[in-house]
Design a binder for this molecule. Structure first.
Ligand code: NAP
Length: 241
């Protein structure tokens, strides 16, 4: 990562935190955007000898995001990478799903990606950059009770490919990862029976660790993926192939 600055949304915990720590291990500096306090993650990264900052921001609000991005540029002097990772679920069968539940999931998961990408682009235009969007295999396969979430995650894939085409000539790569069933608070909330059923369906017969997603995100941000843009990499233990 060579001192490059990466903004990670939802970086205070779960997959986002694992990405933040892994990139710092690889020599990167990190800015975390989250509504959960990210100071513990920042302290961990600083102990590793890297620079890090936390901004409390709701990614669904464009003005707040724009200000947060500006504060990163002022404090860290550059913005090289963005990982759009913040996401929520509000699961319910469509007939019972309230309009607010649909709107909220789209606002955080999909509009949040538009907001953050738009806000960082102007800083990336000069020196290029790399963006990784965290989608989900649910956005490809669909899932009962997750029409709002699946729509947001499928939207991220279309967005990823469009922005990859729009900014390739400016030296900006845009890719996505689609995790399957990863051990975080998001999946901890599922009941044990559902978790067991999920694991049975995974060819590798276990849930993924957040670090296993982080390694793929690192690959997509780094020069190891210099000829890859507009791609979606599934990280699902074979659950989707
Ligand atoms: P997590 O542990 O719940 O972490 C997500 C983080 O994003 C939380 O700190 C969360 O805060 C934050 N966040 C939520 N809304 C936000 C907003 N409006 N503005 C800023 N930050 C916000 O979830 P995770 O499992 O690590 O998931 C990370 C990403 O991976 C998500 O996009 C998720 O959809 C995707 N994913 C996860 C899995 C999985 O199996 N875990 C599978 C496929 C895809 P709160 O805690 O306050 O909500």
């Amino acid at each position: 990562m060579n001192g490059k600055v990466t903004i990670i949304t939802g970086g205070a915990k779960g997959i986002g935190r694992a990405i933040a720590v892994f990139l710092a291990e690889k020599g990167g500096d990190i800015a975390i955007f989250d509504m959960v306090d990210g100071s513990e993650t920042v302290a961990t990264i600083k102990k590793m000898g890297r620079n890090a900052m936390y901004v409390c921001v709701d990614v669904s609000d464009f003005k707040l995001v724009e200000d947060a991005v500006e504060s990163v540029y002022k404090e860290m002097g550059r913005i090289d990478n963005l990982v759009n990772n913040a996401g929520i679920t509000l699961d319910r069968l469509l007939l019972r799903m309230k309009e607010e539940e649909w709107d909220k999931v789209i606002a955080v998961n999909l509009k949040g990606v538009y907001n953050c990408t738009k806000a960082v682009l102007k800083y990336m235009l000069k020196n290029g950059g790399s963006i990784v969007n965290v989608s989900s295999i649910t956005g490809i396969m669909g899932n009962i009770g997750q029409s709002n979430y699946a729509a947001s995650k499928a939207g991220i894939i279309g967005f990823t490919k469009s922005i990859a085409k729009e900014y390739a000539e400016r030296g900006i790569k845009v890719n996505a990862v689609a995790p399957g069933f990863i051990k975080t608070d998001m999946t901890e909330a599922l009941n044990d029976k559902i978790k067991e059923e999920m694991i049975k369906m995974i060819p590798l017969k276990r849930p993924g660790e957040p670090e296993e997603v982080a390694k793929v995100v690192y690959f997509l941000l780094s020069d190891y993926s210099s000829y890859i843009t507009g791609e979606v990499i599934n990280v699902s233990g074979g659950l989707y192939m």
